[in-house]
Design a protein around this ligand. Structure first.
Ligand SMILES: NC(=O)c1ccc[n+]([C@@H]2O[C@H](COP(=O)([O-])OP(=O)(O)OC[C@H]3O[C@@H](n4cnc5c(N)ncnc54)[C@H](OP(=O)(O)O)[C@@H]3O)[C@@H](O)[C@H]2O)c1
Length: 309
């Protein structure tokens, strides 16, 4: 048996239950991970609230870092005792002492950081990487506006964009301005007191992690042919054409090869995960309450087991 945070019904933080469940075995192509740390993402509380119709009961959690415990048939890329990080599988979530995942959605953990910081990477890091590079094609010398720059996705996006050689503008509240400059923002716009569309124009890329009115006001700040990528909203029909820009909605892919690329950049000390809160697994409710405010800085991570080192 293993301990896990489970839900049997959709609802508020109170539906999160700390329970014992039977261990699963890895199937062909899968590995079982002894979880040391589990990252917390908005998708976790959105699933808990029932925004997606997923089968219940389920173990919550999208991201893990830990140690490979068993490998399934046909897995030759990982061995027991490998230190790894990656996306958890839908329904077999990461808020658990053990989790089973496809070997294609994990990578060896960066050697220069611990399990807690590694667990902060998968969903937010991949979302930032895929939005900026795979979708929008951000290049050196271009200018990018990142909405929600102080959040989980935003703190990775700011650093990736800076690493790429872009000029980086972020939106955040004023309390995050100095912090964002310290991780690579060239300019920070205080979204509570300034209207970004009156300050910036002719941008190459906008990364929107907020949606609503922020997305609506973003179309006009792009240059013709510029790219808007959003992590949160559908692209309204006809609007990109009206502004002469391109646009797409991100659906993050659980790509272990991209996680390995991110790990390499971290080990070159070019970027680092920003973890601001670490809580024990038993405090998953508190972690969800914090995430659900929409104003957490960087990442929240659950400590599932003591770091073996
Ligand atoms: N489609 C996908 O595959 C995918 C993947 C990853 C994430 N997402 C989604 O993307 C969104 C962002 O994820 P996340 O992990 O970055 O969330 P997060 O960490 O909870 O974001 C919190 C941040 O948002 C900032 N913020 C709130 N309102 C803002 C506004 N109006 N303008 C600018 N910044 C604002 C806050 O800064 P202040 O405290 O300064 O206000 C805070 O730092 C979530 O909805 C998530 O579900 C989607």
């Amino acid at each position: 048996m293993l301990k896990a945070i489970r839900i049997h019904e959709f609802g508020g933080p109170d539906v999160l239950k700390y329970e014992e469940i039977p261990e699963s075995q890895p199937g062909p192509g899968e590995v079982r991970i002894r979880v040391v740390a589990a990252g917390v993402n908005p998708i976790d509380w959105k699933i808990r609230r029932g925004y997606m119709e997923l089968p219940l009961p389920m173990t919550v959690g999208s991201d893990v870092a830990g140690i490979v415990d068993m490998v399934g048939q046909g897995v030759d890329s990982f061995r027991p005792e490998d230190e790894v990080f990656g996306k958890a599988s839908a329904g077999q979530g990461g808020y658990a002492e053990y989790t089973v995942v496809s070997s294609t959605q994990i990578a060896l953990k960066p050697s220069s950081i611990g399990f807690i910081e590694s667990a902060a990477i998968p969903t937010a890091g991949l979302a930032a990487w895929q939005s900026l590079f795979d979708i929008a094609g951000l290049e050196r010398g271009q200018t990018v506006l990142i909405h929600g720059a102080a959040g989980g996705v935003g703190t990775f996006a700011v650093q990736f964009a800076k690493w790429k050689g872009a000029y980086v503008i972020g939106t955040a509240s004023s309390k995050n301005a100095e912090f964002l400059k310290s991780i690579g923002c060239d300019e920070v716009i205080d979204y509570r007191n300034q209207r970004f569309e009156e300050i910036v124009s002719s941008l190459d890329v906008v990364l929107d992690t907020i949606g609503g009115d922020t997305l609506e006001r973003s179309w006009g700040v792009l240059k013709p042919g510029g790219f808007l990528v959003t992590t949160v909203a559908s692209i309204p029909e006809g609007v990109p054409e009206k502004y002469g820009v391109r646009a797409d909605r991100l659906m993050t892919q659980a790509d272990g090869r991209e996680l390995a690329q991110i790990a390499a950049i971290i080990d070159e000390q070019k970027i680092k995960p920003i973890v601001t809160t670490v809580l024990p697994l038993t405090d998953a409710r508190k972690a969800h309450e914090m995430s659900e405010t929409g104003h957490a800085r960087g990442k929240i991570v659950l400590r599932v087991a003591e770091d073996p080192k």
